[in-house]
Ligand binder design. Structure first.
Ligand SMILES: [Ca+2]
Ligand SMILES: [Ca+2]
Length: 288
């Protein structure tokens, strides 16, 4: 990128927009703000870069927006005369499904594997999720679960998803996050059900609960599930609404895809699950 020569009384900033903490993101609109007013705007190029030159020293905030992702903003900070900033990261990590085509089964970065998936509307509880669009998974199959996978391969990662099981679902529902997905016969999952939460392994098609905990979940209520997998691919923590539910070491698979699951546990009672605000970071966790 061509760098304009700066006067000593001005500053320069090069920032890079990232998707999932890892992939440079083109087309992000980045704003430089001063006292809540937008003073400069640039759109990220094909390597995710935005550039602001000849900046008058002062206190500036930075915010960004791009198709499919939650907007981001960073607290105002001082930019000094003569300062030359090149390492600023603008992180887009949360998919809101608001910019996806209604009824599509494959919203940005997602692909359904089993079950029926579609972008639909659920405008209720606007305080709990980005409205109106959700990514709905339906399982009414007697021998498989509804699964949708997120596109990139994940080794160390953080994935968070909000979900609401619809009250019309049968009583045997299970819903949550899958990870380390190799194929439909080999993966791990973290799921909730009406009275219990589970950490599971499916190996060569054999399903085993590796952790079980009593935890009530109510259909019709939004909850937030999070799985993080630490360095060395083996330390895992799982959370519901910020409470640690499971903490374990498990090196059964060293990588794999992450995704969403809705299941009726092979009962003749369909399950409908609305997922929203899926956050993925492939550079996490930074700590521990
Ligand atoms: Ca949404
Ligand atoms: Ca099923």
């Amino acid at each position: 990128m061509l760098v304009t020569r700066q006067g000593p009384d001005r500053a320069y900033m090069l920032a890079t927009a990232y998707e999932f903490g890892l992939y440079p993101l083109e087309g992000a609109i980045v704003f430089l703000t001063h006292e809540s007013e937008i003073v400069r705007t640039d759109t990220s190029n094909d390597i995710g870069e935005v550039e602001f030159d000849e900046i008058v020293p002062g206190v500036y905030g930075i915010s960004g927006e791009v198709l499919h992702y939650s907007s981001v903003s960073y607290l105002p900070d001082s930019i000094w005369a003569g300062e030359y900033i090149t390492d600023l990261r603008i992180e887009f990590r949360t998919l809101e499904f608001e910019d996806d085509i209604p009824n599509t089964s494959s919203p940005h970065r997602f692909e359904p594997i089993h079950g029926i998936w579609a972008i639909t509307e659920d405008a209720q509880h606007p305080e709990a999720h980005s409205t109106p669009n959700v990514y709905k998974g339906v399982d009414s199959s007697s021998n498989e679960s509804a699964i949708a996978l997120c596109e990139p391969e994940a080794h160390k990662f953080l994935i968070e998803a909000k979900l609401k099981v619809e009250e019309s679902s049968g009583p045997t529902w299970q819903a949550g996050i899958i990870f380390r997905y190799q194929d439909e016969y080999n993966y791990c999952s973290f799921t909730i059900s009406p009275e219990t939460t589970f950490c599971s392994q499916v190996i060569n098609g054999q399903h085993t609960y590796t952790r079980i905990k009593v935890h009530e979940s109510t259909a019709g209520t939004w909850q937030c599930l999070l799985v993080e997998c630490h360095e060395m691919y083996s330390m895992m923590k799982m959370y519901i609404d910020d409470d640690v539910i499971f903490s374990l070491t498990d090196n059964i698979f060293t990588g794999g895809k992450v995704g969403l699951i809705a299941s009726d546990n092979d009962q003749p009672s369909p399950v409908f699950v609305n997922f929203d605000d899926v956050t993925l970071d492939l550079t996490q966790p930074y700590v521990q």
